[in-house]
Design a protein around this ligand. Structure first.
Ligand SMILES: [Zn+2]
Length: 237
């Protein structure tokens, strides 16, 4: 449920201006943050990296995974200011999600002193990843977050991947109308001693990790096993 795929730039040698880093390195950081944040909201995500599946094969892999939205993450170069989001021709949903991401990222950069100077920030593209996603009927957005050949913007971006990742993912959820899944949290988790016992029980294969946030009884059982082990097996007093 709520499946997305994230394809960060593989341009590991494309250097930033004024910051000692590259587009590939930074986009993999952003991709990981997007991935983790999406999962924290209750979604499922397929995150690619440059050591794994090549970008040309990522749309098909994402379709196989069941992704409902395909995100491509890049930073831009060529002189300019502002977010540019691209989508394939004749893909109205991709245009829609690209518009939402663009609007929200543009507001964020504007608020921080970097207004968008692009004449047309949401544009059509024939890039392979967009084209392939459209052919496979996945809504997509090819996000050029902002211009990394502008030293001020580059410096700002590398310090702000976390809010940027949240804006991108929240925009996807807004587009799809998804609502975060509430995770039940067992009250005994507030008790530190029980957490130690639980951890021990999971690490020793007595309880499964998936039962971690279960009922109070399970927490008490974990504690009981932990105590039993300490006293009678390990011999601790
Ligand atoms: Zn790029």
């Amino acid at each position: 449920m709520y499946k997305i795929a994230i394809s960060p730039s593989q341009q590991m040698d494309n250097r930033y201006t004024g910051v000692n880093t590259t587009e590939g390195v930074e986009m993999e950081k952003l991709g990981k943050l997007c991935h983790d944040y999406h999962i924290s909201k209750g979604g499922e995500s397929l995150l690619f990296d440059h050591k794994g599946i090549d970008w040309k094969k990522r749309p098909q892999a994402s379709k196989d995974f069941g992704a409902s939205v395909y995100l491509v993450l890049h930073t831009n170069a060529g002189g300019g200011k502002g977010t540019v989001t691209l989508h394939a021709k004749n893909s109205p949903n991709s245009k829609k999600v690209s518009e939402i991401i663009n609007k929200n990222l543009t507001a964020f950069f504007g608020k921080n002193g970097f207004p968008n100077t692009r004449y047309s920030p949401v544009i059509e593209t024939n890039f392979l990843e967009a084209r392939e996603s459209a052919r496979l009927r996945m809504a997509h957005s090819y996000v050029e977050v902002n211009f990394h050949d502008n030293a001020e913007i580059a410096k700002f971006m590398v310090k702000n991947w976390e809010p940027i990742s949240k804006i991108i993912i929240d925009s996807v959820w807004q587009f799809r109308g998804w609502k975060p899944v509430e995770k039940p949290v067992g009250k005994p988790n507030e008790n530190k001693e029980l957490d130690i016992a639980q951890k021990w029980a999971v690490e020793n294969g007595i309880m499964q990790d998936m039962l971690w946030e279960g009922s109070a009884t399970r927490h008490q059982m974990a504690w009981w096993f932990f105590d039993f082990h300490k006293k009678f097996i390990k011999g601790d007093k």
